[in-house]
Design a binder for this molecule. Structure first.
Ligand code: 13P
Length: 258
């Protein structure tokens, strides 16, 4: 397994946390803690912030290598969709990544695989990298259908994508039972499912494309377990919730990826 064919991406998902002023403080703390660390060659660092924080954080991170992500995107470019935010709007604000299909959106906002696919497509059209989240519920793992669930989510999310679009997409394996619970998947469990996702992509677009896709793990990743998870051959980074709200903890995770 050759990880040099793809980028390692450490992304913080701040979820619904931080007002703009609080976001500026945290962004500046992260930038300061990363200063002097040579991350540019092999690791991308991204902070996925609430919509209203995007401009403030973009301003605060100007001149750094830290990239700005959003946490959702609508699939139309504009129109009568009250309360929604489009990919062209995000792109103009400097957004380079967007989380799509997070389990919290699937669970609380009824997001389907079809909508996840449309959102990811809309992001790609604007040159924004979708971070597509997939992952099984605890009951699904217990029932022995993790592979079936993750395969279905991955295939439907990538339906109709060209090989080039798949290459520009990040998949985040986030077992729902590991999110916010303090109970991370073991390195073996994370590797098993990330490798499965890569195999699915290989089946769709060939081995070369599959080798180029970044596949992250997310779910209670923190400074203490990041190194072991990130050392797995098919785990190319992390999508970090709780621990990304502490600059110190987040930067320790970045260091574990170097
Ligand atoms: P936690 O790191 O808080 O478990 O959240 C993971 C997550 O949902 C990232 O998108």
């Amino acid at each position: 397994m050759d990880k040099s064919k793809r980028r390692t991406v450490i992304a913080g998902n701040w979820k619904m946390n931080k007002t703009p002023s609080e976001a500026r403080t945290l962004a500046c703390e992260i930038a300061k803690a990363l200063e002097g660390l040579d991350t540019c060659d092999c690791v991308d660092v991204v902070v996925c912030v609430p919509f209203v924080d995007i401009c403030t954080v973009a301003e605060a991170l100007k001149g750094t290598r830290i990239k700005i992500g959003a946490q959702n995107v609508h699939f139309k470019k504009s129109g009568a969709y009250t309360g929604e935010i489009s990919a062209p709007m995000l792109a103009e604000c400097g957004v380079t990544h967007v989380v799509v299909g997070h389990s919290e959106r699937r669970q609380y906002f009824g997001e389907t695989d079809e909508v996840v696919n449309l959102r990811a497509k809309a992001a790609l059209e604007e040159g924004i990298t979708p971070i597509i989240c997939v992952g099984e519920l605890l009951a699904e793992r217990d029932a022995g259908i993790t592979e079936e669930v993750v395969s279905r989510q991955t295939k439907l999310a990538l339906a109709g994508f060209s090989a080039d679009e798949v290459k520009r997409t990040i998949i985040a394996y986030e077992p729902v039972w590991a999110i916010g619970t303090g109970r991370n998947a073991t390195a073996e469990q994370a590797e098993e499912v990330c490798a499965l996702i890569r195999n699915i992509i290989a089946g769709l677009h060939g081995k070369e494309i599959a080798e180029a896709v970044t596949i992250q793990y997310g779910g209670s990743m923190k400074a203490g377990n990041a190194a072991e998870l990130l050392a797995q051959p098919d785990v190319d980074g992390g999508l970090i919730g709780g621990a990304s709200l502490s600059a110190e903890e987040f930067v320790e995770i970045v260091k574990a990826a170097l």
